[in-house]
Design a binder for this molecule. Structure first.
Ligand code: NAD
Ligand code: UFG
Length: 336
């Protein structure tokens, strides 16, 4: 089976390509390299001793996108490509709408013209907005609190409309919780541009001496230790969730939505102490004021993914910390 992966050289995309190749899928990637390097895929090829067809194409370039589908006719598409920085989306909303929505619309159009109607889309737990309770189920109300979140929400609505317009479309929406860590080889991992926004890459960069101190955003939340709680999921478990979703695409119809998380929540301080314990590194930290838009607690109910995809996360917080650190310590300057 042939799978086309948009945004495949990025963090989650590269780990998913690795899992797909391990399962003997034929894989091609479209990426404009705006937030990734081709090195990630070179390394995936090295690990698996398999080839990936790479197309340096922007999804906004309809003509080139068409050419890709003429050359590599996939059975299904996994769509990761998009901009993902919440803060940046507030400053540059038009760029986010143009890239994330415009790119998805082009992709759907080209897929339709080539009669390819199987799609997996990367959504986010951000579409639950400020949830009233946890754990979060797929049928909870959706909303968004920033432009990035709204692009995810609008794309979800768009995909529902597309599948309603034509019963031959078969779409799976995966709502990720907090993907972290790296493949256990330490060869591929997360390599954000500039100063990381997210907790795990920030911690590993403090550990490796690239950044001096971790700022913890708020210790006055209504949680047992006052810091926010999140459902961190190992990126390899998440990547394997896509393999299970492809299996499901063969049998399902319409649009189906699944949470991909572990179902367990950990506070920032619990993450920090686990990281220090498994790596033996001391992470200097200080408390600063809350970060705007953070919810106090977010974690998933994973029943639906377990029941319908036959998937569950296997790796624990210690594995996530160990593997995140393994990649960072082997690659102190990321892919550079
Ligand atoms: P990433 O930035 O590492 O990967 C996204 C890739 O898409 C990059 O390689 C980038 O170069 C590419 N890209 C962006 N716009 C493009 C365009 N117009 N044409 C072609 N390529 C383009 O991000 P990631 O962490 O791997 O996330 C993948 C997807 O999962 C994104 O859609 C993101 O919104 C979603 N997601 C991520 C998280 C997270 O915490 N990492 C959480 C929930 C959802
Ligand atoms: N945090 C810190 N210091 C940091 C970075 C993060 O204390 O330097 C805290 C945050 O306040 C939060 C927790 O660590 O409590 C996790 O923060 P992340 O930025 O790692 O993750 P978020 O839950 O904020 O964001 C994730 C995804 C987004 C998505 C969002 C939806 O990265 O793409 O979930 O809620 F939109």
């Amino acid at each position: 089976m042939k799978i086309l992966v948009t945004g495949g050289s990025g963090y989650i995309g590269s780990h998913t390509c690795l899992e797909l190749l391990k399962m003997n899928y034929e894989v091609a990637v479209i990426d404009n390299l705006s937030n990734s390097k081709k090195t990630s895929l070179k390394r995936v090829e090295k690990i698996t001793k398999n080839k990936i067809d790479f197309f340096k194409v922007d999804l906004l370039d309809l003509k080139k996108l068409n050419h890709v589908f003429d050359k590599f006719t996939p059975d299904a598409v996994i769509h990761f490509a998009g901009k993902k920085a919440v803060g940046e989306s507030v400053i540059k909303p038009i760029e986010y709408y143009k890239n994330n929505l415009g790119g998805t619309i082009n992709l759907i159009e080209v897929m339709k013209n080539h009669n390819i109607k199987k799609l997996i889309f990367s959504s986010s737990c951000t579409v639950y907005g400020l949830p009233n309770k946890v754990p979060i189920k797929e049928d909870f109300p959706v909303s968004a609190v920033n432009p990035y979140g709204r692009t995810k929400l609008f794309i979800e609505f768009l995909l529902q409309d597309v599948s309603q317009s034509d019963p031959n479309w078969n779409i799976i929406v995966l709502r990720y919780f907090n993907p972290v860590g790296a493949d256990q080889s330490g060869i591929i991992g997360e390599d954000p541009n500039g100063i990381p926004n997210n907790l795990f890459p920030y911690i590993t960069q403090v550990a490796v001496g690239k950044l001096p101190i971790l700022s913890i955003y708020g210790n006055d939340y209504p949680t047992p230790d006052g810091t926010c709680i999140r459902d961190y999921i190992h990126v390899s478990d998440l990547a394997f969730g896509h393999v299970k979703a492809i299996d499901k695409l063969r049998k399902s119809s319409g649009t189906n939505t699944y949470n991909l998380g572990t179902g367990k929540g950990y506070s920032v301080l619990e993450v920090l102490s686990t990281f220090e314990k498994v790596t033996g590194k001391n992470i200097p930290h200080r408390f600063v004021k809350r970060r705007e838009g953070d919810v106090s607690a977010s974690y998933s109910d994973t029943t639906k993914a377990r029941r319908e995809l036959g998937w569950k996360a296997n790796k624990n917080l210690e594995d996530m910390c160990k593997d995140a650190w393994h990649f960072q310590s082997l690659n102190p300057r990321g892919y550079n």
